[in-house]
Design a protein around this ligand. Structure first.
Ligand SMILES: *Cc1c(COP(=O)(O)O)cnc(C)c1O
Length: 386
């Protein structure tokens, strides 16, 4: 980051702020298009919830990806950024009538439906508009993922999706409704997954389900396997672009697509995490009774992942040139969990030094809050300062 970050251009910029390296984002998008493009019928969507900064959405839209949205607000953000409604999918366990109506008005590609009551509401609201809504059912595959418990979503105990045992009945219900059209199945097992075996387990499960449906003569036009590919938070410079070859290759090898079937992906973190850093200034260096603290002007309000998930983010001093020193790097918020890292080695910090908290492009800026009446952090892309 130190060599890449245009320090001279940002010296006077008010901190904290997010900086997005758009050259890396474009490299990442190119890798996605290259690797997905090797396989027939693969369609990649960007999961807007990872980061809805309009400037990033615009770059991602230009690369040709579709958008995966989980709220009406995200659909609006995607449409405003230029995503074609025909490439927008809408997931979420609790879609409100207002959001469903908005999505119907925009003629989005597909609703990923997560319950029978929701199916009924979509049918009714579409009927009032004289429309037919395309629906896919999110099936809970009861597949665990080797990731943090808070971000596994595909276990039977999770709130997401429809139980596998109910799949045929629910599809039957949809086929009996006048204002919905069944077009596919949707899955999403969790996030920050680096073990391809987890995706392999999902492929095996989908193969079983497809065999079952085939026996019942049910045709499925679209399979959507969600997102979840992780990034290397420990080595953002060594592994700036996730291993999309292994990821798409796993699905190509193991998932048995039927003739003409499309396979959709919804990648969030792996698209944007590595291109973003939270840039913050050191306010104070404090020697406590047993520890040395670097107190910075960014807090958990700007990047909540360490406080929420004990997530690790590499921290780099962009301006200092001393020797490595051990700190607890903490924010100014009145919460003991407002800690970015404990006992990490960083180039010696002085008041005024700029620190980069790396790999913060996903689930960073978008999760910022105004707790403690703090202003929301701004987000800049490389082009902003040219
Ligand atoms: C969050 C989410 C994604 C994106 O997950 P990543 O781990 O960021 O790739 C995709 N699909 C659905 C339904 C989601 O909820």
């Amino acid at each position: 980051m130190k060599g890449v970050f245009p320090l001279d251009k940002f010296k006077e910029t008010e901190t904290p702020f997010y900086y997005y390296d758009t050259a890396l984002l474009r490299d990442t998008l190119r890798a996605i298009n290259d690797e997905a493009g090797r396989h027939e019928g693969f369609c990649v969507h960007y999961a807007v919830k990872a980061n809805a900064n309009p400037k990033l959405l615009n770059v991602i839209c230009q690369a040709g990806l579709g958008a995966d949205c989980v709220s009406g607000g995200e659909i609006a953000a995607a449409v405003n950024a230029g995503f074609a409604p025909g490439k927008i999918v809408f997931a979420g366990v609790g879609k409100s009538d207002k959001e469903i109506n908005f999505a119907l008005d925009k003629d989005i590609f597909c609703f990923n439906v997560e319950s029978v009551p929701e199916l009924g509401v979509i049918n009714e609201l579409a009927g009032r508009k004289g429309k037919v809504a395309r629906v896919a059912f999110r099936i809970n595959p009861d597949v665990g993922a080797h990731t943090h418990a808070n971000i596994t979503t595909g276990l039977a105990e999770n709130k997401f999706g429809i139980a596998m045992g109910d799949m045929e009945d629910v599809i039957g219900m949809a086929c009996g409704m006048a204002n919905v059209e069944f077009v596919g199945l949707h899955f999403h097992i969790g996030s920050q997954i680096l073990d391809m075996g987890d995706f392999a387990a999902l492929c095996n499960r989908i193969n079983d389900l497809q065999n079952r449906l085939e026996a019942s003569h049910i045709n499925v036009a679209h399979i959507n396997v969600g997102g979840g590919l992780g990034v290397d938070y420990t080595h953002p410079d060594k592994v700036p672009v996730p291993d999309f070859k292994a990821y798409f290759g796993t699905y190509a090898r193991l998932l048995k697509l039927r003739k003409g079937q499309k396979l959709h992906f919804e990648l969030g973190r792996s698209v944007v995490a590595q291109c973003g850093s939270l840039v913050s200034r050191v306010l104070y260096v404090k020697q406590g009774a047993v520890k040395r603290f670097a107190i910075i002007d960014a807090g958990m309000t700007d990047l909540i992942r360490p406080a929420l998930y004990q997530a690790y983010h590499k921290i780099e001093n962009l301006t200092g040139d001393g020797s490595m020193t051990t700190y607890d790097v903490v924010g100014p918020i009145c919460e003991s969990s407002d800690v970015f890292a404990k006992a990490v080695d960083v180039v010696e910090c002085r008041r005024g030094d700029l620190l980069a908290i790396r790999s913060a492009g996903a689930y960073g800026e978008i999760m910022a809050s105004q707790y403690n009446c703090r202003p929301l952090p701004k987000g800049y892309i490389t082009e902003d300062m040219q």
